[in-house]
Design a protein. Structure first.
Length: 189
């Protein structure tokens, strides 16, 4: 048993060493730039950098951080989000399993309840039955998700608020900067 563990550990070490292989760069006689993992006479070794600091912003993990301003209302944090392109104010609620949207927003955002499954939810005001739907696209600034599970139910008398629950927030690491009134979201890796 110990020999199997030792062999496994040795294999992992060798794999990690090979993953840190050097890359060589050279220009041929025609001026064409080449990269290779095999040294060629006259080639320079290229040093690897921090993976999260790639110059191309598409692949720069640090650029995926989103700072979202929030306002306070009766002790609750409110943020603006887009649901299928329609703006909605949400109460940030990490205790809510799902995003909850008011019926008026479901209508404006073309979210059908025709095939929705009815579920029972425990709320602060008791148990309710509400349709569970998928929001095609939800975003808060650059923090985006597709196919977000949501419940359609009013959470305030005017139907002006939604709940931003964990079916959206769970995809992110979340920090709150109370001094700046910012919620910082970073994708979970």
């Amino acid at each position: 048993m110990q020999s199997k563990l030792l062999l496994t550990a040795l294999a992992l070490i060798l794999i990690s060493i090979s993953a840190q292989a050097e890359v060589y760069k050279w220009t041929d006689k025609k001026g064409k730039l080449h990269f290779s993992d095999h040294p060629v006479q006259g080639a320079e070794v290229q040093q690897g950098g921090n993976v999260s600091r790639v110059k191309n912003q598409t692949y720069n993990l640090a650029s995926l951080r989103t700072e979202i301003p929030y306002s306070l209302q009766h002790g609750s944090m409110l943020v603006e989000a887009l649901v299928n392109g329609k703006t909605q104010t949400f109460v940030v609620d990490t205790g809510a399993s799902f995003v909850t949207i008011p019926p008026q927003l479901a209508e404006r955002a073309n979210i059908s309840t025709e095939r929705a499954k009815l579920i029972q939810l425990q709320t602060a005001n008791g148990v309710i039955t509400a349709p569970m739907v998928d929001i095609q696209h939800m975003s808060i600034l650059s923090a985006e998700r597709q196919q977000v599970k949501a419940v359609i139910a009013p959470i305030d008398a005017q139907g002006k608020l939604g709940l931003l629950g964990m079916s959206f927030l769970g995809a992110f690491r979340m920090n709150i900067d109370h001094d700046r009134r910012m919620i910082i979201l970073e994708p979970r890796s």
